[in-house]
Design a protein around this ligand. Sequence first.
Ligand code: FMN
Length: 268
Amino acid sequence: MLKICLQDFDGSCKGSAASGEWGRPIENMAKGRPMLEKKARIAGDAEIVDDAIMSRRSVRAFLPDMVDDHTIRDILTVAARAPSGTNMQPWRVYVAKGGTKQRITDAIMNSGIRAEKADWDEYRYYPTQFFEPYLTRRRANGFGLYGALGIGRREVDKMRAQHDRNFVFFDAPVGMIFTIDRRLNQGSWIDYGMFLQNIMVAARGRGLHTCPQAAFAPYHRQIRPVLDIPDEEIVVCGMALGYEDTSKPENAFRTDRVPLEEWVKFSE
Ligand SMILES: Cc1cc2nc3c(=O)[nH]c(=O)nc-3n(C[C@H](O)[C@H](O)[C@H](O)COP(=O)(O)O)c2cc1C
């Protein structure tokens, strides 16, 4: 087994996955990643880490190819290294595949509750009224995605059909539903975001793609009985995990970002 050296920036080895510091050993993490000299290693690490972050995007069409449980466990184990206030680790994950995933889809699609009528009664992801600059950014996102799919601005039925693709996890072989104890506070939701991002980045390290999906949150009543989610937990969101279907037009859509100058202020 490869020994993964968790080197600090001074180059000293602080521990290793093989020695069990992360709990369970993660055998395939260091594949194709030889130990480098300190400087080269730092430069190489920046490239690897930046690549994983920069190549993450929301993929909305997946191949049927299965992701094995070992890989899913590794991704979640790595992701759970996310920081959390006083190490409370507020995440709870329900991994659904095969028949269970299908039952989530069926429960939502047979509910007769259209997404635009669905009640966000557990938490509100979006503001009640959109305002600038967020309204423009949101619109650009919608037009960009529908544009890639050739859906016109008045083709409401096609837009709905595309939105419903959320509920088949965009055909990904793995769907995850994330919950949080409802007694926890906003701080734990910050921690949760870091955990979710870690999953998406760790997935990239393994050639996998993801799409985070708040669309599931208002359907918690349909999802709860399928996954046996207790009332004490709020459904935060879902996530599709799998291999990208590069032949699908929706995956050609790329989002941009506001330039740094517009949201950062340096002071001395
Ligand atoms: C918490 C969260 C929930 C999201 N929910 C959905 C969703 O339900 N359906 C969807 O298609 N995209 C969803 N997205 C993806 C965003 O639309 C996407 O992140 C954004 O447009 C930026 O694009 P990128 O992820 O490709 O960089 C969600 C993103 C986040 C972070």
